[in-house]
Design a binder for this molecule. Sequence first.
Ligand code: BDR
Ligand code: CA
Length: 314
Amino acid sequence: MAARKIIIDTDPGIDDTMAIFFALSSPELDVVGLTTIFGNVHTDVATANALRLLEIAGRTDIPVAKGTDQPLAGPFGGPVPYVHGEDGQGNLHLPPPNTQAVAEPAAQFIAEQVMTFPGEITLVPIGPLTNIALALRLEPRIADNVREVVLMGGNALAPGNATPAAEANIHNDPEAADVVFGAGWEVTMVGLDVTHKIVMRPDHLAAYSTASHPLAQHIARMLPCYRNFYADYHDLTGIFTHDPSAMAYLIDPTLFKTAQWPVRVETQGVGRGKTWPAVNDKRLLPPWQNRPPLNICVDVDVERTIRLILSRLG
Ligand code: BDR
Ligand code: CA
C-alpha cells in the first residue's frame, strides 16, 4: 500500500519532536511538509526547530512552511519553557539551522498541497489549530479535498491540562478549534482522554538512550527536561505520550476505541478551550445542531501503542 501523505502542523516541542521522528521512521507515512505554529514556543523558534530536526534526520528535502504567530482572536498566551525548555528542545540549545522555510506561509502551503493532491493529504495538527483554520478561510474547498484530519488535542470526558477545563493546544486558540471542528471534514481527535493513559515509564524511555539511532539519541538528550516537568507538576515517573499518539492512530487505528460526537469549543470565561462533546446525540441542543460528529479516541491499548512507537527508533 502506498504511504499516506501527511502534513504535520507542529510547535516543536519535545513530544512534537518524538512524533516527527516517529513519522519520519514509519514507512506507512510520507511526510510532505512541516508547518509551524506557536504553542510550546513562539512560531519563530518552532520554525527553526522544525528545520533543525529535518537536518538531524537528513530529510532537508521536506519543506517547512512558517505559520502565524498569533491566535485568531489574539494574543498568544506565551510559551511553556518549564515543560519543553527555553528552546523547545529540552534546553539543548542547538546551533541555528542551515536551511530555510519556504516562502509561502503555512496556511497557503496547506491549501496548495491539499488542492494539488485532492483526497490524498491527511493533516496532522499537533499544536494549536490556527494555521488549519486560516487555510480553511483561504481555500474553503480544502474541506472537501483533504483525506482527513487527525489531531492531537482536546479533552472530551477527561479533565484539561492547561487549565482544569482545557487541553493546551485547544486552549491556545479555542476559536480556531471551533472552526476546524465544524468544517464538515473528517476529524479524529486524539486527546487527553487517551494520551493521559499512555504513560511511557522509565523502562520504556530507556529504549531511546540505549538505541544507537541518531534520532533516538536526540530524543534521549531532550527527555530529562520533560521528565522533570512530569515529576514536578504531575508526580509522574515517566511522561504522557501526547503527539506521537496521533501518529500511532494513523498507522494503526485499531489501537484505539472511538466514539462519534459533535463537539463545540468553549470560548468564554474559566472554561475557555474546553471541548464539549454532545454525548446525548438523540437530543442535540442548538449549539451542536448541524455540527458533524468527530471521531473521538476514548480508550487505547496502552502497551501496544507504546511498543509501536518505540519499535520505529529502537
Ligand atoms: C499538547 O500540548 C503541547 O504541550 C504538546 O506538545 C502537545 O501537543 C498536549 O496537551
Ligand atoms: Ca505539540
